[in-house]
Design a protein around this ligand. Structure first.
Ligand SMILES: Cc1cc2nc3c(=O)[nH]c(=O)nc-3n(C[C@H](O)[C@H](O)[C@H](O)COP(=O)(O)OP(=O)(O)OC[C@H]3O[C@@H](n4cnc5c(N)ncnc54)[C@H](O)[C@@H]3O)c2cc1C
Length: 329
């Protein structure tokens, strides 16, 4: 839990975030981020498509508080839409409302998202509104409500750690929905804190949406959940075209290939761009074993950046403290 809190705190550090942008992919991020530009992302998508895997593409970006930055992000995502179309790759868009100005002004953000959904719609391409922290939950649902009145190529994510997740899911029953456990730190009055409770709620949501929903994207690296879903769809005769599995780029690649080769629809979430830092820190928060990626870089190369040093020092300091605490017990 200490490690999780630590990396979530790092992910929210704006100084480290902007410092990281200057240095390109570092600290092992290159194994879970598909490059810093559109060409590199398209290259990765082609490789995945060759294995029968479709992709959802995320132009990484956080801490957007200026209209110019949000407009630049929109322009970049429009270029991604065009690149997907021109290269005829099997991919769609995932976007984060805060990157498109949700913290600046709702209508401004809606205009940006609308432009992307409209362009994607011309190419019959789906757009997923990713879910961020609780503060942005309702405005993100509002975006979905407003845009789905005009377009049907839009959907969102439901996070199983919320007590009210099933209610949200029931409201959006007729949408293509990505189900996840949830990546942010939320307080106990609105969200389950124990892994066991989150996992139980996650399974409940998946089963409900598989039986009642339009299309379910089961986004997890948890093989126990995946095996449960495989048995559940078999038992209830749920056809393969009603659901897909999703995982993040660079994680459990063998399992990704195996599921695709078994005939399941599989979609890899492909993040790219220079604003990789917050995304990478959240991945470390989820699974401290991912630290292997960092440690290899820290100890094999002497070319580390100020970010690596700062993060490493902070991390070791906290770890030592917690180890000392444990020794006392
Ligand atoms: C495609 C995708 C999109 C997402 N979109 C969002 C979003 O919009 N909003 C949001 O809040 N969150 C999102 N998430 C993150 C999600 O909420 C979880 O934080 C994240 O997926 C970690 O939970 P998990 O279900 O993968 O399994 P965990 O609970 O992290 O892991 C469960 C078990 O699975 C096994 N396992 C997990 N990872 C690995 C690995 N790399 N190698 C080997 N075994 C492993 C281990 O046995 C582990 O104990 C997304 C995740 C994915 C995959």
């Amino acid at each position: 839990m200490i490690l999780k809190d630590f990396f979530i705190a790092l992910s929210q550090n704006q100084f480290l975030n902007s410092a990281a942008k200057k240095y390109g992919l570092k600290m092992g991020a290159q194994s879970v981020v598909a490059g810093t530009n559109i060409e590199e992302a398209i290259h990765s998508i082609k490789e995945l498509n060759a294995h029968g895997i479709s992709c959802t593409v995320d132009n990484l970006g956080e801490f957007v508080f200026k209209k110019e930055e949000a407009t630049a992000a929109k322009e970049q995502i429009l270029k991604v839409v065009e690149a997907i179309h021109e290269n005829k790759v099997d991919a769609h868009i995932s976007l984060k409302p805060t990157q498109l100005g949700l913290d600046i002004d709702y209508d401004f953000c809606k205009g940006n998202v609308r432009e992307i959904v409209d362009r994607a719609n011309q190419y019959n391409m789906f757009v997923n509104i990713d879910m961020e922290d609780y503060k942005h939950l309702q405005p993100s649902f509002d975006l979905l409500d407003d845009l789905s009145a005009e377009y049907d190529n839009v959907g969102t994510v439901i996070q199983a750690y919320f007590h009210q997740a099933l209610e949200y899911l029931q409201k959006y029953q007729n949408f293509r929905i990505r189900l996840v456990k949830g990546a942010y730190k939320e307080p106990a009055d609105i969200a389950y804190q124990d892994k066991k409770d989150i996992d139980e709620n996650y399974i409940k949501l998946i089963e409900w949406h598989l039986l009642n929903g339009k299309f379910t994207s089961i986004a997890t690296h948890d093989h126990r959940v995946i095996n449960h879903v495989k048995a559940f769809v078999k038992k209830h005769n749920i056809p393969n075209d009603k659901f897909e599995f999703q995982m993040l780029y660079g994680f459990r690649r063998d399992l990704q290939l195996k599921l695709a080769s078994e005939g399941y629809n599989f979609c890899t979430y492909v993040p790219f761009g220079s604003d990789w830092y917050g995304y990478f820190m959240r991945r470390l928060a989820e699974r401290p074993q991912n630290l292997n990626l960092v440690m290899k870089q820290v100890f094999n190369k002497k070319t580390n950046t100020v970010i690596g040093v700062a993060a490493g020092a902070f991390f070791l300091g906290r770890l030592t403290k917690s180890e000392k605490k444990n020794c006392k017990k």
